[in-house]
Design a protein around this ligand. Structure first.
Ligand code: BGC
Length: 759
């Protein structure tokens, strides 16, 4: 076997990085001077206008609207009362809206246009949870880069992404928007996405400002129910929830969005602890904080304030700079300042932050620079973006099971049956939050399979059963098909005698996303029944899952030989899945979130605490369920390949690590199979004793390594004391001396371990 030179990864130091590069720094002296000059000219009302954001589908083609909300927004834009609009779409519409502000208002301050560009603008990439499964930061960055290029060409300045909420409860519908359960992976992905959106320098014409959201702890909603209460300790907040946000700030993220939830009895929007002390204080964040949609006003139903005026006061004092659609700042802030209830200094600081981002985007040089219809047309049609979507989708796919080497499939097979509610679906693969992705525009699995196979292969398709009935779409509740089995016989006929059955099961695009929490995270509707009917006539079934959250599918996992987790994979879904099914791509994704056996195990994470009763004992008195194992169905970090890998025992450069020192953890990875493949080598540690107890394992590094058949490579991680630091009982970020375990392997479960002491 060949041995290649080893290469060393220096681990990302999540909490102590030195801050954004000069290019991404938001403060520069020249703009600050111009901001001073502007502030000196602005009336109080004009200042407050900069803090006001409306959602608008302004019809700007005709004459000024004569009545209603449209007229109000129109007049306020011209009156300098609107700093930003969201949901104005396209180069032409943004140009015309900008004209209203620049030509109509006294100080001609350009507006910021924002949109939820979550996983692509026109070209749709896999849902972010899927992208995180690639464990490939170059791929993640590339996806955001393409999204920014398209959005910036279409008049957008700003995306409300990345979502950085750590999510350990798959009932929560928004898990699809984030990077899953782990703070280290979340920080890496968050920083990569910020780099992707903001490019090398924010203000270049193919970049848009990013927004780290939802600050904070939105993903910890009780029971996984969206918008629900959060009550977590300062330790969980600091050690689990905040690291991705800190990483985004260090990567130079221009804006942060606060969150709907309360945390420990205080709505995040009204939390000075989160926004002033930590974000703007400890982390010295220089950009601005936008509220979540209506979250200032929602402090009233939260029971935190009595009315919108008090909400405005609580929000500005806590550090919420821009009011998204609560319509609280414009009517109330001026009065609060004049009565002395709110200091004008707070307003000035908020305005300065908003203007900083506008300067950084160079909107004062040319307010229309992003709104170029010719560029929009050309960029949105760029075929390289589709190619990128296919590559990112391939990299996101996780092989969960492959008994007897059923996969990859033979392109020259005589007959392949493609079955299931999602088999020919051209819409669900786009997932939720598809920005300007056109409905029904994805390559379906059926199309992908047909395009891949030989001319001699017959591809039979049968849906079997629809997943949903009736109306579907972003704002509507879904209803599932639980009774129409009329398509079953055709599906069974297609499966009978086929060389292999490819069965597309999973979730509708709108089963995940905002407001889409579920108490049951199995396969909805008739899907399992259909699968059983097919298995009766043909056991060679490959289940392709298309979904936006981990699914609890123990029966499916038992009954079929092969499972491919494809997520909602975007515009090129079908082609990318076919690349994997037929072996043109060897899958290399790993789960960014544990797949539970049942919803009753949630919330769950590999990075759990030990408890005082961790072990299995003969009596019942240990921390477990009596009707289920504790372990997930598929653990965090898990994913197979068409080849196999073996790991040597990890070798440490020394038994001890001194403060200021470095410990090298080396492992030899060997491709023991007959195909080239990539493996995500994962490094975990356990701090055995802490002033605040530490998880039984914490991811501290990973490297994706490509090896040819039979090839070996030494993979080395360099651990520093700062990598072991956490927020201690004393409220300090530091590593506590003592004994550690270190684990290396191909998932959070399958590891080899060693030990060392931190002096
Ligand atoms: C969501 C945000 C989103 C905003 C604007 C809110 O309902 O929580 O994530 O950015 O709407 O669309």
């Amino acid at each position: 076997m060949r041995r290649l030179v080893s290469f060393v990864a220096v681990l990302g130091v999540v909490m102590t990085a030195s801050g954004p590069s000069a290019a991404q720094a938001l403060v520069d002296p020249a703009s600050e001077k111009r901001i001073d000059a502007l502030l000196a000219q602005m009336t109080l009302e004009e200042k407050i206008g900069q803090l006001n954001q409306y959602s608008s589908n302004l019809d700007l083609t005709g004459p000024a609207p004569s009545a209603g909300d449209q007229k109000r927004v129109y007049d306020q834009v011209r009156g300098g009362q609107v700093g930003s609009l969201l949901n104005v779409v396209g180069a032409d519409a943004t140009r015309r809206a900008q004209q209203l502000a620049v030509e109509g208002s006294r100080l001609k301050i350009p507006m910021l246009f924002g949109l939820d560009v979550i996983h692509g603008y026109r070209t749709i990439f896999p849902v972010p949870l899927g992208e995180a499964a690639s464990f490939d930061m170059a791929l993640v960055e590339r996806s955001a880069r393409v999204a920014a290029t398209e959005a910036a060409a279409a008049g957008q300045h700003w995306t409300f992404a990345p979502m950085l909420d750590i999510a350990r409860d798959a009932r929560w519908g928004r898990v699809m928007e984030g990077a899953g359960e782990d703070p280290y992976l979340g920080a890496q992905v968050g920083a990569a996405r910020v780099r992707g959106f903001q490019g090398r320098e924010l203000g270049a014409l193919d970049t848009i400002a990013a927004c780290a959201k939802h600050y904070a702890a939105y993903g910890y909603a009780e029971g996984g129910r969206d918008y629900n209460t959060v009550d977590i300790s300062e330790s969980t907040l600091r050690n689990v929830v905040l690291p991705p946000f800190k990483a985004a700030v260090d990567a130079g993220v221009a804006t942060v969005m606060n969150s709907f939830n309360e945390i420990g009895g205080v709505p995040a929007t009204g939390s000075a602890h989160l926004q002033r002390e930590i974000l703007k204080g400890e982390w010295a964040f220089q950009g601005f904080v936008v509220s979540d949609w209506g979250s200032i006003g929602e402090m009233v139903p939260h029971g935190y304030v009595e009315n919108l005026e008090q909400a405005a006061r609580a929000a500005i004092q806590a550090g919420s700079d821009m009011d998204m659609e609560s319509r609280a700042y414009v009517p109330h802030l001026a009065g609060l300042v004049r009565s002395g209830a709110v200091s004008e200094k707070l307003v000035d600081d908020a305005v300065r932050r908003v203007l900083r981002v506008k300067f950084k985007l160079r909107l004062f040089e040319d307010p229309y620079r992003y709104s170029d219809a010719a560029r929009e047309k050309q960029v949105l049609a760029d075929p390289r973006h589709q190619q990128a979507a296919r590559e990112v989708a391939r990299g996101s796919i996780v092989l969960l099971k492959n008994e007897g080497g059923l996969l990859p499939l033979d392109k020259a097979a005589k007959r392949i049956a493609v079955i299931g509610p999602l088999a020919a679906d051209k819409d669900s693969p786009l997932g939720g939050w598809r920005a300007q992705g056109q409905d029904g525009s994805a390559v379906s699995l059926l199309e992908g399979v047909k395009a891949a196979v030989s001319a001699a292969t017959r591809v039979d398709h049968a849906q079997g059963a629809a997943l949903t009935t009736g109306r579907r779409g972003f704002v509507y509740e879904l209803t599932f098909n639980t009774s129409d089995r009329s398509g079953f016989p055709a599906a069974v006929e297609a499966a009978r005698g086929a060389d292999v059955v490819v069965m597309a099961l999973g979730e509708d695009a709108f089963q995940t996303g905002e407001g889409r929490s579920q108490v049951d995270i199995g396969l909805k509707g008739l899907q399992e029944e259909l699968l059983r009917a097919v298995l009766e006539v043909n056991k060679k079934v490959v289940v392709v899952l298309m979904n936006g959250r981990p699914l609890a599918i123990p029966a499916v996992a038992e009954s079929v030989p092969a499972i491919v987790e494809a997520w909602h994979a975007g515009s090129q879904a079908g082609n990318a899945i076919a690349d994997v099914l037929f072996g043109d791509t060897n899958p290399s994704g790993k789960l960014p979130m544990s797949f539970p056996r049942s919803v009753g195990q949630l919330p769950m994470s590999y990075a759990r605490k030990s408890t005082g009763r961790p072990g299995q004992v003969p009596l019942v008195f240990w921390s477990h369920y009596t009707d289920s194992p504790n372990e997930p169905l598929f653990p965090f970090g898990y994913g197979l390949s068409y080849t196999t890998f073996s790991y040597s025992e990890p070798k440490l450069s020394a038994p001890e690590l001194a403060q200021g020192g470095e410990l090298r953890v080396a492992v030899t990875l060997t491709n023991t199979g007959s195909r080239a493949g990539s493996e995500v080598v994962q490094l975990y540690v356990r701090d055995l004793v802490g002033s605040v107890t530490r998880p039984v394992k914490e991811l501290k590094g990973f490297q994706k390594v490509a090896l040819g058949p039979g090839e070996s490579r030494e993979v080395v991680f360099a651990l520093k004391p700062s990598d072991l630091a956490f927020y201690t009982a004393a409220g300090l970020f530091e590593a506590e001396p003592g004994a550690f375990r270190v684990f290396v392997g191909g998932s959070s479960r399958d590891v080899k371990e060693a030990g060392f002491t931190l002096r």
